[in-house]
Design a protein around this ligand. Structure first.
Ligand code: DGL
Length: 263
């Protein structure tokens, strides 16, 4: 392992590629290996034990491929398994959590919405953060049941997606939220659809940029940033079909490789 080794990123499926985009934008000369565990998506309705076992498997696969740092680009895996991963593996591990704090600090209406998976919203880590930052404000927490399977199928603009998003945002609109926190790395792909439904004064936030910045800081602290002259190798592996990943990342098709792999 050296400073030119890749950054390893995993998610329950294609969603964490939204985090990859932020990482690549911030550190364009870093090589990356992305694992989409789409065969096992969604993680959101699994038990904590199952989420831990899958997160360990993904981390092992990335370490086996020589990664220098692991980014858990999945809120559900982070909130349920990050402590186990950090205890078990001897390399830096970055997680992603819903951006409750910035929303809670900036809301003028004192009302925010959080859309995330059941696994994230019921986790102890989420409860701890929510309790700390939302004492003075009202929070509408909604489980985005069914959204991840539709995103995995690249059905972003389907009638079913529209129906679910209308249903999930309705109580938030009633509560007059002015911030919507996207607590699942799949959901940034739904921002255009959400913007059509939500009132104009609602700001949608996610944690992608913060995770990329944190990854850069930790690499710097460990002296592991890639040489600026290296040409990055940008690899994506999925244990199902490559179609959705390719479609979501079509803007990068010239420079990335997307392959199916059993892991
Ligand atoms: N993308 C994931 C997250 O950030 C997981 C979604 C799922 O598999 O349920 O929570």
């Amino acid at each position: 392992m050296s400073n030119n080794s890749p950054i390893g990123i995993f998610d329950s499926g294609v969603g964490g590629s939204s985090i990859w985009q932020e990482i690549h934008q911030l550190m364009p000369n870093e090589s990356t290996i992305y694992l989409a565990d789409s065969k096992n998506a969604p993680y959101g309705n699994k038990t904590q034990e199952e989420i831990i076992a899958l997160s360990v498997k993904n981390t092992q696969a990335l370490i086996h491929k020589g990664c220098k740092i692991i980014v858990v680009a999945c809120n559900t895996a982070t909130t349920n398994a990050i402590d186990v991963l950090r205890n078990k593996f001897d390399l830096p591990i970055i997680g992603i959590e819903p951006a409750i704090k910035p929303a809670a600090v900036q809301t003028k209406h004192k009302s925010i919405g959080i859309l995330a998976t059941k696994g994230t919203l019921s986790s102890a880590l989420f409860h701890k953060t929510a309790k700390e930052f939302t004492k003075e404000i009202s929070v509408v927490e909604i489980v985005g049941e069914g959204l991840v399977p539709l995103i995995e199928k690249d059905a972003l603009d389907s009638a079913k997606m529209k129906k679910l998003l209308k249903e999930y945002t309705a109580p938030m609109i009633v509560a007059n939220i002015d911030y919507l926190v996207l607590g699942c790395s799949h959901y940034p792909y739904l921002i255009p659809q959400l913007q059509k439904i939500l009132p104009k004064n609602v700001t949608i936030i996610d944690s992608g940029q913060a995770v990329a910045k944190q990854t850069q800081n930790v690499l710097q602290q460990h002296n592991l940033l890639a040489d600026t002259r290296t040409r990055p190798n940008l690899q994506f592996f999925t244990n199902t079909k490559v179609d959705t990943l390719k479609s979501l990342l079509k803007a990068f098709s010239e420079k990335i490789q997307v392959e199916s792999l059993i892991f």
